[in-house]
Design a protein around this ligand. Structure first.
Ligand code: UD1
Ligand code: UDP
Length: 385
């Protein structure tokens, strides 16, 4: 397709692994549409984990702020983000800014755009736990973005309802499905066509052949300290079973590493590995019997693959997986985590009740809906005028 005479410049901003995974389908859809000229700016709030996604998605950002610092603080990171993202906006003069989710990058990007009166489009809008400390600081980040956004792309009718309860104009909310399902379908297709993209797990698959594999991820700030120690304790107890193996790609945050290295090193059936790139993680999801996680994105992906997911949180802003029966909130009490895992391992009925594929988070066409809605925003007139 030929480019429109005056395509709309959409500044797409992201900084962490999950934002990159959830925005690469949207960037691809914008690039394929002649009405738009997307400009990608990464804050690089994450570095290696962001770069893994950029590589597989084939995105070369126009702007890379390289902001990650070891063990960064929320205030230091946020201050740098607002200043640096504002400079990019001043240089690019975009028609609209797009952010995703609830990270510091998304919140600061929305705020810097608001300071310039540039309309903000929010992908994955309307998630609410109702508790500003769970998850922390994401619940407040997404409320700030919600109060600024021009268009709210809600993944589900539940998230739409949460926005309407906050008096957001219904005409500005579009239910699209979550773009993570677009990303997951895409990456599964890539692996099927080219298995070598995920062959780095062959050795672990061979080492743990015959074992019942449990996948673990954990990184939430509100779990630092006691929560992470309890999670590590639970993993030790689960690993005491000889029929089980645990594959745990450990988040590079030093607060996570210190606890997990101290508690879990040297256990034969626990593989603590570096963060996996997206094709390898998708393969891990398909290898496991159960996922144990505090991640947001994994709660959305596991139901799509029919994998029971035990969520190590007190509340969730993603109740759809729980309602569909594939996810269960288990908190961070080690005894509870262990008993929930053993229940699934030892009771076929309990396992089978959870292990059914559902797609409560989307049908894989969210990015198209987002781009179509954005197109309507320009009212069929020549965009950008
Ligand atoms: C961030 C988001 C969180 C999201 C998570 C996804 C905020 C406040 N938090 O949390 O909402 O769920 O990303 O993973 O925006 N690090 C590396 N390499 C990397 C990435 C991180 O070494 O590629 C280390 C650095 O020491 C960094 C630290 O992890 O300072 C914390 O990173 P940060 O983005 O502040 O927090 P996350 O816990 O990753
Ligand atoms: N993920 C990945 N490699 C890993 C762990 C997770 O690619 O080693 C992907 C996962 O498939 C999901 C996303 O990262 O799409 C979730 O990111 P994370 O848990 O860091 O953040 P959250 O979703 O909690 O914000």
């Amino acid at each position: 397709m030929t480019q429109a005479a005056n395509p709309a410049k959409i500044l797409v901003i992201f900084g962490t692994r999950p934002e990159a995974i959830k925005l690469f389908p949207v960037v691809a859809a914008l690039k394929a549409d002649p009405r738009f000229a997307p400009v990608v700016c990464v804050s690089a709030q994450h570095r290696s984990m962001l770069d893994q996604v950029l590589a597989i998605a084939g995105i070369t950002p126009e702007h890379d702020l390289d902001l990650m610092r070891p063990n960064q603080t929320l205030d230091g990171l946020t201050a740098a983000l607002i200043t640096e993202l504002g400079c990019v906006m001043d240089a690019e003069q975009p028609d609209r800014v797009m952010v995703q989710g609830d990270t510091a990058t998304a919140m600061a990007g929305a705020l810097a755009a608001y300071y310039r009166k540039i309309p903000v489009d929010h992908v994955e809008a309307g998630l609410r736990s109702g508790n500003i400390y769970h998850p922390w600081p994401e619940e407040v980040n997404r409320k700030i973005i919600g109060s600024i956004a021009s268009l709210h792309f809600a993944p589900t009718s539940t998230s739409e309802a949460a926005l309407l309860r906050e008096n957001v104009d219904a005409a500005r909310v579009k239910v699209t499905g979550n773009t993570v399902i677009d990303a997951l379908h895409w990456v599964l297709g890539r692996i099927e066509a080219e298995p070598a993209l995920a062959s780095g797990l062959d050795d672990l698959a061979a080492r743990f052949a015959g074992k019942r594999i449990i996948g673990v991820t954990s990184h939430r700030r509100e779990n630092f300290g006691g929560g992470l120690e309890a999670i590590a304790d639970a993993i030790r107890q689960i690993a005491a079973r000889p029929d089980v193996a645990i594959i745990f790609p450990v988040h590079p945050n030093p607060n996570v590493r210190a606890v997990m290295d101290g508690a879990l090193a040297g256990l034969d059936n626990v593989a603590m590995i570096e963060p996996l790139d997206y094709p390898h993680f998708a393969r891990l999801l398909s290898m496991v019997e159960i996922m144990l996680t505090d991640s947001g994105g994994v709660q959305e992906e596991a139901p799509a693959l029919g994998k029971p997911v035990l969520v190590m949180r007190e509340t969730t802003e993603r109740p759809e997986g729980v309602e569909a029966g594939t996810a269960r909130l288990v908190g961070t009490d080690s005894a509870r985590i262990v008993s929930e895992i053993f229940n699934l391992l030892d009771h076929k009925d309990a396992y089978e009740a959870m292990a059914r594929a559902h797609n409560p988070f989307g049908d894989g066409h969210a990015a198209c809906r987002i781009v179509e809605t954005l197109g309507q925003e320009f009212g069929g007139h020549e965009i950008g005028q």
